[in-house]
Design a binder for this molecule. Sequence first.
Ligand SMILES: Cc1cc2nc3c(=O)[nH]c(=O)nc-3n(C[C@H](O)[C@H](O)[C@H](O)COP(=O)(O)OP(=O)(O)OC[C@H]3O[C@@H](n4cnc5c(N)ncnc54)[C@H](O)[C@@H]3O)c2cc1C
Length: 297
Amino acid sequence: MSDIIYEIQSKIKSKILFDYDMGKSTWFRVGGKAKGYVTVNNLKDLKTIVRYEDKIKYSVIGVGSNLLVRDSGYNGLIIKLGKNFNKIKIKNNILSVGASVLDINLAKFALKNSIKDFEFFVGIPGTIGGAVKMNAGCYGSQTSDNLKRVLILNAKGKIQYINLIDLNLEYRSSRLDKKSIILQADFNFHRSSYDEIYNKNNYIKLKREESQPLKEKTSGSTFKNPPNKFAAELIEKAGCKGLQVGGASVSHVHANFIINNGTARATDIEKLGRKVIKRVKEMFGITLEWEIKILGE
Ligand SMILES: Cc1cc2nc3c(=O)[nH]c(=O)nc-3n(C[C@H](O)[C@H](O)[C@H](O)COP(=O)(O)OP(=O)(O)OC[C@H]3O[C@@H](n4cnc5c(N)ncnc54)[C@H](O)[C@@H]3O)c2cc1C
């Protein structure tokens, strides 16, 4: 594996870091080492890496706000999109957003340009690539609402647009194949008054501060809401608030948030999640599904 990574390094300008501690790049601040970690700043390097797709495992990450990397690490190359994928522009009535743009920066851009319906991004601590992949959303809005299409690099090295309908974006999921890398998202948009957008941004920020443990090491909602139910409510009613495994616990503020109290290992978080699933299943007959993506062997 390392041989192949060295070979890739000899062909790209972006610098690969070896045995990279994934705890540094996830909100949970846990996880083992990735064989290689590279911030890719240009399309040429990205295409070169993808050419090795049959020889090496790779995975793209945003800012790791929905990611749990196991303690055993990731036996492949972690790709993070760098500055060339961090642009926002408006052309022909389309809002084009690079995949590494932070959601909050898109919300700020929308506010500055009096563009409405992007306010919900103000509270989601990820990138646009991660938002599309997860169909991230909150307070009744989600990424798919205004999305027109995405530009991807597929495993065959081809760059292509995929229209919204073919992405199959559903509640916190997409059917985009694992090896496809989102480069850019194109949104339709409408304008509104600056004040209206400003007030909505503030409302969302306030709501989140009230209801979520935003300063903790967490990945946000651990489980998806089952149809017509709230995962947090089921977890609380199953008596899981405060439940602990090692250094991980279920938040007292929001029962669907698992928190690393400082000493957790990834295995504590995963075990705690499984414990919660078991208790909810026993009490309600409902099997919670992980929203958090788990990476590693
Ligand atoms: C405090 C807190 C609050 C949160 N609140 C919300 C919320 O209200 N609503 C919500 O929906 N989520 C929420 N989340 C979860 C998380 O922020 C979102 O899922 C976010 O969209 C993840 O983005 P990311 O860039 O960090 O992706 P990552 O966590 O790095 O990755 C998530 C998935 O996306 C894939 N991915 C990332 N970038 C790309 C790309 N360019 N191409 C292909 N695949 C890619 C990764 O491979 C992985 O499968 C919260 C998280 C935290 C920590």
